[in-house]
Each structure stands twice: as C-alpha cells, then as structure tokens.
Unconditional design. Structure first.
Length: 427
C-alpha cells in the first residue's frame, strides 16, 4: 500500500451515538440515520426490512460524499496526487474489512459487488478447477438462491451433483444428515451463516470442523451473519466468507469475499481486463497477485470507502452490544406477534438473528405488506429468494419483519397494531 500523501484529508468525523451504560441508546442511534426521521403515508416510518437492505448512518453518507468532493480519481494507476489519495483510501478500506473479519492478511479480502458476485467468483475460480464428473457439492435446504443457483450451474457444466442437508420443522439443520452426506465425493460445503427467511443461525464452527476432518473446504454465505454478530473467520476456520456492504449499513454495489490465501492463490481469475494483470502481450497474459487478480476493471472505490465507514460505525457501537440489544428486541417481537391468534411464525430455531417470517391464516403475504405499508410500516413479502425453503414449509410466500439495532419496542407495537388491522380488513 502506498503511504498517504502528506496533506491527505480525512472525512469529517461524524458523531456516533454513544451508548448509555451497557444498553444501547437507541434514540441517539436513530438520530444518526437521516432516513428514519421521515413520515411515510402520514405516519412515522417503521422500517422493518433490514434483511433486504439496511439504512445508512450519516457517517457513511458523509464518507462517500467526502470522497467524491475531495479525492475522486481512478486507483492503482495514477502517479498524480488524487489518484494516490483514492488508492490509499481504497486500500485502507480493505485493511479495515480484514481487521473486521480478523483475516490473517488484507490480501485475503477481495472487493466484489456483493454476496452474489462473491459466490459466483468462487464457483468459477475454485469450483471449475476442483469439481469434476461425479463429484458433489453440499448445500443446505435453507440457502438463498445466490448459494444454490451458481452451484447448480457448476454441477450442470461438470456432471457433478448437488446434495442438500435438510432442515427440521423448527428451521434447524439436521446435523446427523449433514454428517451422513459429507462423503468421499464432496468437494465443497456451501452454507449460510444465518437464514434470511427463517433467521436460523447455523453452527458454522461445527460444520467447518466436520468438513475439515474429511478434507473438505467450506464456504459461508455471511450476508445475514455480519450485520448481527461478530465474525472471526480464523476462529470459524472457514475457507471462504461472503457478505454484502448494503446489509451492513454500507452502500450498495460493494461486498466482500474473504478467502484463505493459499486457496485464492490457486484460483483462476473470475474476469479478465485492466488492473488484474502483471503483463499482457497479444499472445499471452500473466496475472497479478491476489487480491488484484480478482478485481478486474475500475472497482467501486466510493463503495469500499463507504463500507469502511460503516464498519467503523458498527465497531464504535460494538457488535456485542448490537447483538444483545437485537436479541432482546427479537424476544419482544416474538412475544408480541405470538399474541395474535391467527399468526404462525415460520422458524423457531434456538439461535436466531432478528428475522421473523410469518403467515396469517389465508391472508396473502402481499396483502399483509400492502396494508402495513398504508400504516407507514415496511416489511418484506414473498419467497425471499428461498423458494426451496418455502416448498419445505408448504407455503408460497411469507411476510417477514427483519430488525436492526435502530428499531424500537414502540415500532414492534406499531407492527402488532398493524397486524390487528390486517386481521380486521382481511378477516
Ligand atoms: N437477501 C433478502 O431480502 P446480494 O443481493 O448479493 O447483496 O445478497 C444476496 C443474498 C445472499 N445470501 C443471503 C442469505 C441473503 O439474504 C441475500 C440477500 C435479500 O433477504 C434479498 S432477496
């Protein structure tokens, strides 16, 4: 990494809400998020669609604005001042992400567009080389389509097959089946850290340890993991870990692939183009080292800088504190929604992130969402890109409230009242 230019200007230090005692000062936190101050359809906005995307604190908005106002230039290729500044800020962001995940080295952090692109990168770069005719890839029944479709495409291309770990009625992985399915032909386990549709948190350390006992690497889809709990990739010992910046209070269009260095070194590039090369002739190309080998073209520089600001924001509040606050809020929401006789929660695993999926008698989830929207309440309805999971529970769709640390008990009360109204309207 190049040293910072002497007059490097840093983004203004946005005020971060300081927690009072051990509890989260949620009202102060909410003031950090400009979008939460608005009314929708004449009612205060109640934003409960955080698993889809989170809102952005002022610190992130300021960091992106600061970059465009003061540092914008293309990176890694300019000798001029602004290019050096932008390069420094981008590489500093990589370092921040590496620390956040406790990676052994920042070169293990690849910037991608999001979780989806990261999984496709591994399916191409790792899967194409390591998976052959008759081999197996092991996923679970609770995966998002992003962690199903790329593997199906790879299996189709290679003549391999996809094996699936079942989930039980509570929404937990059947671990005995997992052990049974880990076989001689398994080349990779690809599993989610937390389910976007059920909230289930999977026992990743155990999953990794069982796979490693058989020499099988593990990819973890962390899209719903990092926003809710501290993640230490070296402690988990996973081989690949993915997440999306926009679900972690950062910008859209930026995400992270963590990979163990020796695996990344062995992998072929995902895309060819500028930046990812050492030298090119018309006959031949030699590739750059990781991480550059995987970052062809001009990357999302502002996105990486915004993501680093989001990580700083989350760290300043404290992930343990966020985790504790959200657990209390989830318990409260589960209890309040449990008071509604015609509502059935889908997913009651012992370990959950703050996601509640539910159905209400014959009410279509889209109607539930529309009625709640008229009250200023934003939830998600549909299959949540987890159609196989919907089939497992014999529903075509669910309504889903997903919480973040800026949500309050008052908002859960508003949701409960809104659902009473749904019952009155739809019967
Ligand atoms: N889930 C949801 O509302 P991208 O789109 O690449 O940032 O993330 C894809 C993805 C992968 N894995 C999991 C577990 C996810 O939850 C998501 C995104 C959103 O639940 C959109 S469907």
């Amino acid at each position: 990494m190049t040293a910072p230019p002497p007059s490097l200007s840093l983004p203004p230090q946005a005020a971060v809400a300081t927690p009072s005692n051990d509890n989260l000062d949620v009202e102060a936190v909410r003031r950090d998020f400009p979008i939460l101050q608005q009314t929708v359809r004449g009612k205060p906005l109640v934003y409960l669609d955080n698993a889809a995307t989170t809102q952005k604190p002022r610190a992130v908005i300021d960091a992106v604005t600061h970059y465009y106002e003061n540092e914008n230039a293309n990176i890694h290729r300019g000798v001029h001042f602004l290019s050096q500044q932008a390069t420094f800020a981008y590489e500093r962001a990589r370092g921040r992400v590496g620390k956040f995940l406790n990676a052994a080295d920042s070169s293990e952090i690849i910037f991608v567009r999001g979780t989806t692109e990261g999984i496709n990168l591994v399916a191409r770069g790792y899967g194409r080389a390591k998976v052959g005719q008759g081999d197996e890839i092991l996923i679970s029944h609770m995966e998002h389509h992003s962690n199903i479709v790329p593997w199906q495409m790879l299996c189709e291309e290679k003549g391999a097959s996809l094996r699936v770990v079942p989930v039980d009625d509570d929404g937990e992985l059947v671990m005995e089946e997992y052990e049974r399915l880990l076989g001689d032909r398994t080349r990779l386990v690809a599993v989610t850290h937390a389910s976007n549709a059920l909230g289930t948190v999977n026992p990743i350390a155990q999953i990794v340890s069982l796979a490693h006992d058989r020499g099988v690497p593990v990819l973890v889809d962390g899209a719903q993991g990092v926003p809710h709990m501290p993640v230490d990739v070296r402690q988990l010992d996973c081989d690949f870990y993915l997440f999306s910046g926009h679900k972690l209070f950062g910008p859209t269009g930026i995400g992270v692939l963590y990979g163990k260095r020796h695996l990344l070194d062995d992998m072929a590039p995902y895309q060819g183009g500028g930046s990812m090369i050492k030298s090119v002739t018309l006959e031949n190309t030699t590739f750059a080292d990781v991480p550059t080998k995987f970052e062809a073209g001009t990357p999302n520089i502002a996105g990486a800088i915004g993501l680093a600001a989001a990580i700083d924001y989350v760290n300043d509040i404290g992930q343990d504190r966020i985790d504790a606050y959200e657990s209390g809020l989830l318990d409260y929401a589960t209890q309040r929604l449990g008071e509604l006789a015609d509502l059935r929660i889908i997913g009651s695993a012992r370990q959950k992130v703050s996601v509640i999926s539910f159905v209400m008698n014959d009410a279509h989830p889209h109607d539930i969402g529309t009625i709640l929207d008229s009250e200023g309440i934003a939830i998600r309805t549909g299959h949540h890109c987890a159609q196989p999971l919907m089939q497992r529970y014999q529903v075509s769709a669910t309504a889903r409230a997903s919480l973040a640390f800026y949500n309050t008990r008052d908002e859960i009360d508003a949701l409960t009242d809104g659902l009473v109204r749904v019952h009155e309207v739809l019967g």
